[in-house]
Design a binder for this molecule. Structure first.
Ligand code: PGA
Length: 253
């Protein structure tokens, strides 16, 4: 499937796995080496303690490494926090910010997510900024209002195509096995594209828009074929090499 923008398939391991799980990338490395022509970026975002080991294991391959969150501050007395420069230093190219689990579990607001994205940019990382409506908002028909509010509040002023990726993840679709209809995904992504172009011009046109929420090998091709869907943010199905590869395969040929 040929897309206008180079697709990105990013795996979010969340709080899963152990050091031994890093071996899952061996399968991906083999497959990517065999499919030299795949026009697709592949990224894994492991839990923070495993980032350096993942960066080591993927060195020389086409697999990129990302963090799952960062502090809005660069350094200092903030026990337990991890800064964007530290992620870059450990081998990350990107960091997810504003995932709905962080917004819910840690009360992260759009303002905080925007500061985190700015910190990521300042450290030379790509910010993968997550947005998405809850089940209630979906049922109320306010999805587009929510997306507009979250995009306006969470994407920083200086965002560029090279350093910003938006992930549309309906909260109700995450880990549930449910996905929106292809029409709903198309409408959400068209709305986001329009808002980003309005605000950032050509840069907004070049920002990749990922879909996330119960992406698996069986539905990847259908979701990835939707206009303005430039890749996927994958949770559960990224934990096992062959499952994750089954999603990347949507971009083969
Ligand atoms: P899921 O998670 O693929 O397990 O639904 C996606 C995400 O939360 O990024």
């Amino acid at each position: 499937m040929t897309k206008e923008l180079r697709p990105l398939v990013a795996g979010n391991w969340k709080m899963h796995g152990r050091m031994a799980s890093i071996a899952e990338v061996d399968f991906l490395k083999d497959q990517l080496a065999r499919h030299d022509g795949v026009r697709c970026d592949v990224m894994i975002c492991p839990p923070a303690p495993y980032i350096a080991a993942m960066a080591h294991a993927t060195r020389g391959s086409r697999i990129l490494v990302g963090g799952q969150d960062c502090s809005e501050r660069p350094d200092g007395a903030h026990t337990g926090d991890i800064s964007a420069p530290m992620l870059a230093d450990a081998g990350c190219e990107a960091v997810i910010v504003g995932h709905s689990e962080r917004r819910t579990d840690h009360g992260e607001t759009d303002d905080l997510v925007r500061l985190k994205a700015e910190a990521a940019h300042f450290a030379g990382l790509t910010a993968i900024i997550c947005v998405g409506e809850t089940q209630e908002q979906h049922d109320d028909g306010t999805t587009h209002d929510v997306l507009e509010r979250q995009l306006t509040g969470s994407v920083p002023e200086g965002a560029e195509a090279m350093n910003t990726v938006i992930a549309y993840e309906p909260v109700w679709a995450i880990g549930s096995g449910c996905t929106p209809t292809v029409e709903e995904v198309a409408a959400a992504h068209a709305l986001m594209r329009g808002l980003l172009i309005e605000r950032f011009g050509a840069e907004g046109k070049g920002m990749r828009l990922l879909y996330g929420g119960s992406v698996k090998p069986a539905n990847a091709a259908e979701l990835m074929a939707v206009e303005n869907v430039d890749g996927a943010l994958v949770g559960g199905a990224s934990l096992k090499g062959p499952d994750f590869w089954g999603i990347i395969e949507a971009y083969l040929g």
